[in-house]
Write a protein that binds this ligand. Structure first.
Ligand code: MV4
Length: 497
């Protein structure tokens, strides 16, 4: 096992990694930007080193600076978390050069899965289902037109270097095809430096189902079951659940086997996620995320497996502690991403100071968060401030538990997505698990009406809390109480007369 892990990330995921290290008796070094000087994660780690900058390229994305700190502090491993450097193949190279172990996959796996045409070709070779369409780039618009007609409209033009929804366009008729190809090529070239695009059948309103995988350096690869991530808005997930409500033992076996094949096709040796689309009983490989993901805790809840600890163990050369037969689903888990955003204004970020904070608790509730009362949420980073995860014996219990926990959750000072999640827990289509990737769009009217009502209700509750708890308001609250009491006595006296 490692002696000391440097965590090349911030916020809740940095804390998550520290927690895993503490349980493994491994020392930790946090690194932080100027802005993050007072962030919670810097206090959780055994040591914290400033990156002396707020510029991304000179802080959380500065590979050389991070390696230098690791060397100086005697860290023998680096955990990149998610985002930032987590899927940058250069970090692994530089780690190798400096005798540091990267807690993550090897460069070749990141590169192969980062290129959508390469990964699609690999899947076809291994017999993993992919979307009908081409596995080569488009060179000739006329050939593409012929292919589109064979595939059948609507089709989608995707950039090979893209991912996560960037650089793709749906085409409904032949007339639009040439322009769509050109614009996707231009966008891909400008964004990724690679203008290669390809064509596929467009699958309408698919579900997004992903499989967690774990692989060690000894040839063992398992899947750790499925998550349903269909509830997203503009490719940002809002809520995830495990298992997928549509999953059967038979489907899990087939999709899980495909996920293992996907991981094995690149000799994967870490924690990763294989994404699929699911529609009308069919599933298709979409892409593989070569990192630990935001939503990993729901899988931990239903399987009891500490994914981050396993990820660290396999990186240190140990064998996986679990075989496929050890992995069992127990109950149902839901995660709500709590973002400092205004759900009533297109989810625009709402950074600022948290002046009142009380997180929920009780049976089946887990909070992974990086904030505290008095903390100022910076505007220069992602707006996710916490993840609320609940676990119940079944989906209905998990939903009721989430609704209950959301009601206990008090964040004063910034607008958050809490009211949105409260509305979602009451939504009939959500309760009935009628989920697909267009869910938010198609249910937005009902959801927004409910969010408005919830926000109103919350404002009333918070003003009552102010009157009860805030010292300067206390006198007012007492005098109000006395007034009411006096009036009651007066009334009683009147009545007696
Ligand atoms: C698709 C698709 C429909 N048909 N491909 C979006 C993210 C990127 N990784 C692939 N994506 C999609 N690819 C075909 N052939 C619909 C989506 C898609 C989507 C996929 C997963 C989760 C959410 C999504 C939201 C919109 C579109």
């Amino acid at each position: 096992m490692f002696d000391k892990v440097l965590i090349a990330n911030r916020g809740e995921i940095a804390i998550r990694v520290v927690r895993a290290c503490k349980e493994l008796d491994v020392d930790t070094v946090a690194i932080h930007s100027n802005t993050d000087e007072k962030a919670l994660f810097t206090k959780y780690a055994d040591e914290a080193v400033s990156l002396n900058s707020d510029i991304l390229a000179q802080s959380y994305l500065d590979i050389d600076k991070i390696i230098d700190i690791a060397v100086e502090k005697g860290a023998d491993a680096i955990h990149p978390g998610y985002g930032f450097l987590s899927e940058n193949p250069v970090l692994g190279q530089k780690c190798d050069e400096n005798g540091i172990t990267l807690i993550g996959p090897r460069e070749n796996a990141i590169k192969a899965m980062g290129d959508k045409i390469t990964s699609k070709q690999l899947m076809i070779k291994k017999g993993v289902p992919t979307v009908p369409g081409d596995k080569e780039g488009i060179n000739d618009v006329e050939v593409a037109k012929k292919r589109a007609k064979e595939i059948g409209f609507p089709v989608i033009i995707k950039s090979s270097a893209g991912g996560g929804g960037i650089g793709m366009r749906v085409v409904y008729e032949e007339d639009e095809l040439a322009r769509a190809i050109e614009s996707t090529q231009n966008l891909a070239k400008a964004t990724f430096g690679d203008g290669t695009v390809y064509i596929e059948k467009y699958i309408e309103r698919p579900r997004h189902i992903e499989f967690q995988v774990l692989a060690d350096g000894h040839g063992n690869t398992i899947h750790v079951c499925d998550r349903e991530c269909s509830i997203q808005r503009r490719h940002q997930k809002l809520i995830e659940e495990a298992p997928s409500p549509i999953m059967t033992e038979e489907l899990r076996e087939r999709m899980g086997e495909s996920a293992i094949k996907a991981a094995k096709s690149v000799d994967y040796n870490s924690a990763g996620t294989v994404e699929f689309m699911y529609s009308n009983g069919e599933y298709y490989f979409l892409e593989m995320n070569t990192r630990i993901q935001v939503e990993h805790p729901i899988t931990e809840a239903i399987t009891g497996i500490d994914l981050v600890k396993e990820q660290i163990r396999v990186a240190s050369g140990e064998k996986l502690q679990y075989e496929q037969d050890d992995v069992k689903v127990n109950g149902h888990a839901i995660e709500c991403r709590i973002n400092a955003e205004n759900p009533l204004n297109e989810f625009t970020p709402n950074p600022g100071k948290i002046i009142g904070y009380r997180s929920p608790g009780g049976i089946g509730v887990r909070m992974d968060s990086g904030v505290y009362s008095g903390y100022t949420i910076p505007s220069i980073y992602d707006s996710m401030i916490a993840k609320l995860i609940v676990h119940g014996n079944n989906r209905d219990e998990a939903i009721a538990r989430m609704a209950r926990a959301l009601n206990e959750y008090i964040v004063v000072g910034v607008k958050t997505t809490i009211p949105f999640h409260k509305a979602l827990m009451k939504n009939e289509n959500f309760k009935q698990a009628n989920l697909h990737t267009a869910f938010i769009e198609e249910n937005s009217r009902d959801l927004l009406t409910e969010v408005e009502r919830v926000v109103q209700e919350e404002e009333e509750r918070i003003s009552k809390l102010h009157a009860t708890f805030l010292p300067n308001k206390k006198i007012a609250a007492i005098s109000m109480g006395v007034n009411t009491y006096m009036q009651q006595i007066k009334q009683e006296q009147e009545n007696r007369k």
